[in-house]
Structures are given as C-alpha cells and as structure tokens.
Design a protein around this ligand. Structure first.
Ligand code: NA7
Length: 555
C-alpha cells in the first residue's frame, strides 16, 4: 500500500478535490473504491444516483427479478473472508439476495463513508489547463485527477419506447428497470407486458399469478433455456469453499467467465446420437452451461449452431397446448446465442397455458400506441390498467452518454462515438485523458462480476505503475485505439451475434448506431491481451507528469 502516492500540490486537503472520482456504486464502483482506497491510498469519492449500493440490483426490483448466472461465481473472488462469510441460498440469486450481498460487502469494507448517495453526475469535463476532471453533480461540483466510470452496461439507461397517445392513457406505465420503490399493485389488474427478453421472461410468470388478465406483447420469440434453480446444501457450499481457487482460476480464463469450457469438439465431428446425448445432458444441467460447456463452435459455425437451435426448438414445441400460440413462441429468425441467452426459472412457456394469459404477436400485428384505456395494435385494442415496459436498455454506450463527458479540447463523447464506440480495450480512450472505464464498450462480455474484478484490478495496477514511475497523466494512443476497434469489429463479424438484431449491436434502440459494442472473443483471450499490455510496459498508453501534460497543451 502506498499511503501518499501523488506528490502534486493539487492534492491538498481541499474538500472538493480528489485524487479519483468514481461514478456508480454497483459491483464495479464499490470494488473500485475499495482498491483505490486500500491499495493505492487515494483520496477518492464515489457518486451514486441511488440511495444505496447495488447498481443493477438496486434499480431492477420488479417482481421475479433474479440473476441468471450461477450465484457462486456471480460475486467477488478477491476476499477469502467474504467468500467464507457469505452463503448463497440457491443456484440463481434473487434480486433481494443480491442487494443484500452487495450491502454486506459495502459494510464489511466500510465503503459508505466515501460514497455520496442520491447524487447524480450531470456532466464531467477535462480541463487541459490544469489536467484535471471537473465533475458537475446535482449537489455541486468537484475536481479530480482521475475519473473512473463504473456505470455498468444497462441499468443506468432504461429504454422506454415512445408510443403515441401515452398522455391520454388513464392507467399506470412503468419500466421494469425503474420499478417504483413503493411497488406496483398487480393483484386483480389487467396488465400488458411489452417485451420478452430476459426481464419479460422473469416477470411474466409472476405477474400471471396475480393479474386478472395478462397480455404479453412479443416482437421476437426467444430461445428459452431452463435454469435448474436448485437449493444449495451446506455440503455443496463446503465443497465450493474448498475448491474456490480452482473455480476462479478456471472462470477467469474461460470462454464466458464461468468455471467451465467447451469440450474442444465441433458438433459436426459427432454423430447425431452423440450430439443428442451431449445436448440432453447440458439441457438437464440447465443455464448457461447449455451454450458454453458444449461444442467449441456453437457461436462461430452456423451449421453447428443450427444443431443446437433445432434441439431447443424441439424442446420448446409442445409445452404450450394451443398450437398457434406454441408456434408463435418458437424462434426461427436468428441463431441461438446470437442474442443474449434467456434463462427461465419460473416456467415462462407454461404460463401461456393459463386462461388469463394472452400472447399478442406484435411482429405481425404491430403495436401502434396508447388509447385512454389501454394499448392499440393494428388489429385490436387491449384494455388494461397497467402497461409494463420490459423493453430493455440503451445498452453499453447509453450509461456513458448520459454522463455528458467532454474530453480534450471540449470534444463531446457523443461526437467521438458518432459512428459507434471507440475505446482501447474498453478500459480508456483517446482524447479523454485520465479517464478509466470499468467494462467500457469494446471490453468482453459474459459473467460480469468476473470481468469487473479483472478491470478494477487492472486499472489499479496501471495507476500503481504510474505512481511508482512518477507519472500522474494517462493518454491513449489513437492508433492503438483504432486497431482495437478494428479487432472488435473483426471478431464480431466472426460470430453469430452479427446475424441478429439485439442490444449487443445497438439494434434494439431506434436511431442508435449499429456497430459492435463488445469484443466477442473469450474472457480468457481478452484477459491475456490486457495482461500482456501491463506486462510489456503498457503499449498503447502514454504516461507523463501533469506538468508535462499541461505544457504539451500550452506549447
Ligand atoms: P432485452 O433483452 O433488450 O429485451 C427487450 C424486449 O423488449 C425484447 O423482447 C424487445 O423486442 C422488446 N422491445 C424493445 N423495444 C420494443 C418496442 N419499441 N416495441 C415492442 N417491443 C420492444 O431487455 P431485458 O430487460 O429483457 O434484458 C436486458 C438484459 O438484462 C439481459 O440481456 C440480461 O443481461 C439482463 P425485440 O427482441 O427487440 O424484438
């Protein structure tokens, strides 16, 4: 630990000047705060819009909200003490359990004193003359040498469609990602749910049990994979704790951040009987296993992908007794895994066998707008008391663009990203000196806590390197950034994700630039690349002292 890392007069004890400001207090923000404070000894402050820690798990409180990644790896690995003292209840943690976990971590690490809650960052700009970031919050301005975004990929930017006539609607309209704190009455209500992504699939079965009638407005059918949400026994938890070292080692270098990998074979090398046997086994295990622990080429070879997709379609057919409804629920327009897989814990498809649930296929009967009493499609009117938008998020770039960031020479982030996000490894970007991003656009995607820990630790190590070398200023070399943007695009083209519209490529929000938003290589490949940068003297990053940075601009 280095208690006084920066010998720069600007780091005086001025109350509103920090070594580092962190935006967000979810999984990323609270760990970043801990590392910046304890490993680097920085004077640091985190700003959080919510009244508590949690990020995604603070905002997404809709009934049925649950994580669909295995709890024992959807958590921090850095502290043995935290691993030992926390016991997950089941394979998939519910939203309240996750929120409790993140509060437990914040308390254990004594983080709250350095977080300003109920505080929104409205804009932040880099001042060339002082080489400092100016951060405007709704509680006043602060300054910082380093700005570290920990804003997540989704929760900060709910996507609310703009449908004509909403003002005339006499009922209630809510978005699942901004669920009112006081809750929403579902009992005995006529409800329309718009959207059948992971959120809709979680909400629908729960709402159906309380609603008088539930209309499910589906634009795209989904490959819905069962979860097998079993309860953890003390023996299972004991075994986990004994094996955590190996579990984390595997997860961190795996395909998707989970402690399992593909079997090294192509589906095309196996006989139909072998394929069937493997897929049945994976299906029985449930969850993301199905896609990540099977064949090596599921995401890159359309023929292999088709074998899995057809297997899932066969599983989905016949669950719903009305054959027209059943057909409408089967995805035929995109490869499996091309969009974010949907894992079902509550019996989503079975819900359509209930008398009080109606599927409305808005791909063929377009949603037109609101009426005073509900929603109107091209061919029908739906009278409802409540409209629930489960319409997802302006993902990945949305949370950043809402920060109104301006970099060197006043360049707006929205200008820089006009043709799609451009970053170096999703960690930093040119024209925005001393800005670090925890899992920014262009980083990899999968089991996010594993990716977040990696980024937080990498950023901390980078800052430590700078401090030890006497540098306080970081810039990204534009050529290195351009090369990384090219790698991201090339990788994306190789995978089936390019063959579907989704939030992975910006296609879910009207007017949003269609581009690759993630590096689609594996967690392991990405980790190797990022570790190599740190181990070989940080190619692509240019470090200097603050005085040199200011002089370079002045000169
Ligand atoms: P998703 O996965 O983006 O799903 C949003 C759903 O809403 C999806 O079915 C969309 O249809 C539908 N949608 C979006 N806009 C509209 C409009 N304008 N009209 C009708 N239907 C619309 O968001 P989720 O919240 O379910 O999940 C987000 C992530 O959270 C998830 O991937 C996990 O990481 C957790 P579409 O499929 O685009 O046709």
């Amino acid at each position: 630990m280095n208690p006084r890392p920066i010998s720069d007069p600007v780091f005086s004890h001025e109350p509103d000047t920090y070594d580092a400001v962190i935006i967000g207090a979810g999984f990323a923000g609270i760990y970043m705060l801990h590392q910046a404070r304890e490993r680097l000894g920085l004077k640091v402050r985190a700003f959080e819009k919510g009244s508590g820690v949690g990020g995604t798990w603070y905002w997404n409180t809709y009934p049925g909200a649950r994580c669909d990644a295995d709890s024992y790896v959807y958590c921090y690995s850095f502290s043995q003490e935290i691993l030992d003292d926390w016991a997950w209840e089941r394979r998939y943690p519910s939203q309240p359990e996750l929120l409790e976990y993140l509060n437990f971590v914040a308390d254990r690490l004594d983080l709250r004193k350095d977080i300003s809650f109920n505080t929104t960052v409205e804009e932040a700009w880099y001042d060339d003359a002082s080489a400092m970031w100016h951060v405007e919050t709704d509680s006043g301005p602060v300054r910082a040498r380093y700005l570290i975004t920990a804003v997540g990929l989704l929760a900060a930017a709910p996507h609310v469609p703009s449908l004509p006539g909403e003002d005339e609607f006499r009922g209630q309209v809510v978005h699942t990602g901004a669920w009112p704190e006081e809750g929403v009455e579902l009992e005995g209500k006529r409800i329309a749910v718009v959207g059948t992504g992971s959120t809709g699939v979680q909400f629908v079965p729960v709402a159906a049990k309380q609603a008088e009638h539930l209309y499910v407005l589906q634009r795209s059918p989904q490959f819905v994979i069962p979860s097998e949400n079993f309860e953890y026994t003390p023996e299972f938890l004991g075994e986990l704790r004994e094996n955590y070292d190996e579990i984390w080692a595997e997860a961190k270098w795996s395909t998707g951040g989970f402690p399992w990998s593909h079997n090294g074979r192509s589906a095309l090398e196996d006989s139909p009987e072998q394929q069937q046997a493997l897929m049945e086994e994976l299906w029985a295990n449930g969850g993301f296993n199905f896609l990540f622990a099977g064949y090596r080429d599921t995401f890159v070879d359309r023929r292999s992908n088709d074998i899995l997709a057809e297997f899932v379609r066969a599983k989905l057919r016949g669950v719903v007794t009305d054959s027209d409804v059943s057909d409408a629920l089967i995805p035929v327009d995109h490869p499996i895994g091309a969009r974010r897989p949907v894992i079902d814990t509550q019996g989503y498809l079975q819900t359509f066998n209930r008398d009080n649930v109606t599927l409305v296929d808005i791909r063929h009967d377009r949603l037109v707008g609101f009426t005073e009493t509900g929603l109107r499609t091209e061919h029908q009117e739906l009278d409802v008391d409540l409209v629930v938008y489960a319409t997802g998020f302006d993902a990945i770039t949305g949370p950043f663009l809402r920060l109104n960031l301006r970099g060197r020479n006043g360049i707006q982030l929205s200008e820089k990203w006009v043709n799609g996000p451009a970053t170096y490894m999703g960690l930093a970007m040119s024209d925005f000196p001393n800005l670090f991003m925890v899992t920014g656009p262009g980083a990899t995607f999968g089991n996010m806590p594993v990716g977040i820990e990696h980024h937080v630790e990498w950023i901390t190590t980078c800052l430590q390197h700078m401090l030890e070398q006497g540098f306080s200023h970081m810039e990204v070399d534009p050529d290195s950034e351009e090369e990384w943007v090219r790698v991201v695009a090339e990788n994306s083209e190789r995978t089936v994700s390019a063959l579907a519209d989704s939030w992975y490529n910006g296609a879910n929000v009207p007017g949003k630039v269609r581009a690759p938003y993630f590096y689609m290589g594996s967690f392991g490949q990405y980790r190797r690349k990022v570790e190599d940068i740190a181990e070989t003297g940080y190619p692509g990053f240019v470090f200097s002292t603050a005085d040199e940075a200011v002089a370079a601009v002045a000169g």
